[in-house]
Design a protein around this ligand. Structure first.
Ligand code: GSH
Length: 208
């Protein structure tokens, strides 16, 4: 049985991270691939040695699978993708395309979008990262023009991570980018996303 680890609680309210916490990526992938999984909690307020032994930054999520422990949401997603063709095509070209876009979501989009959000997002007119992020989003916008999915001509694990990274950015109020918005909208109506999202909200509500 796969175990997805997340916090027992995170702050709620308008500015809280509920609905965006990265365990959602792993829940979503398991739902898409119809993998059996359970979710377990580690303390948000009291991060002890057991937690750091499994996630050296004291963050979540991390994944346990039959004696293997994996941290980093991207690594967890790629681990899950090995289990199901629904997440990763098996032909070499489709696999390579999925891999490159999975890494691009993390290392070319999220690498800019997360610090941009920490610097106040678009609420800070002097945010020094806005131009850099805008450039990255413009390129993704151009790629998605006329393309339903980000990689391999079909839904893959790359859509999970790319849509989630973009969703966080646009929720931080980055204006514009209608093609990216349409991409996020069509991906987030998927039943697997909706279930993962609802389950995450319920999980943190139970910790209140
Ligand atoms: N690169 C990591 C980032 C993990 C991350 O930022 N997790 C957040 C929750 S979404 C967290 O644990 N935040 C608490 C902290 O950084 O102390 C991944 O993708 O797994």
């Amino acid at each position: 049985m796969l175990t997805i680890w997340t916090y027992d609680w995170v702050p709620g309210g308008e500015n809280g991270p509920r609905g965006f916490v990265r365990d959602l990526r792993l829940r979503w992938a398991c739902e898409e691939a119809e993998l059996d999984y359970q979710v377990r909690s580690t303390s948000f307020n009291d991060r002890g040695p057991d937690h750091f032994a499994k996630q050296p930054f004291g963050q979540i999520p991390f994944l346990e699978d039959n004696g293997i422990t994996i941290f980093e949401s991207g690594a967890g997603l790629l681990h899950l993708a090995r289990k199901s063709e629904k997440l990763m095509p098996r032909d070499p070209a489709g696999e390579a395309d999925t891999l490159q876009w999975t890494i691009a979501a993390l290392n070319s989009v999220e690498m800019v979008s997360v610090p941009w959000s920490f610097l106040g997002g678009s609420k800070k007119p002097d945010n020094g990262l806005s131009d850099w992020l805008g450039s990255r989003l413009s390129h993704v916008e151009a790629v998605l023009r006329g393309r339903e999915w980000i990689a391999a001509g079909r839904f893959t694990v790359a859509d999970i991570i790319m849509a989630d990274a973009l969703r966080q950015t646009l929720a931080a109020d980055m204006p514009g980018y209608p093609i990216i918005r349409a991409y996020i909208d069509r991906i987030c109506v998927r039943p697997a996303f909706k279930k993962a999202y609802a389950d995450q909200l319920a999980h943190f509500a139970a910790g209140d």
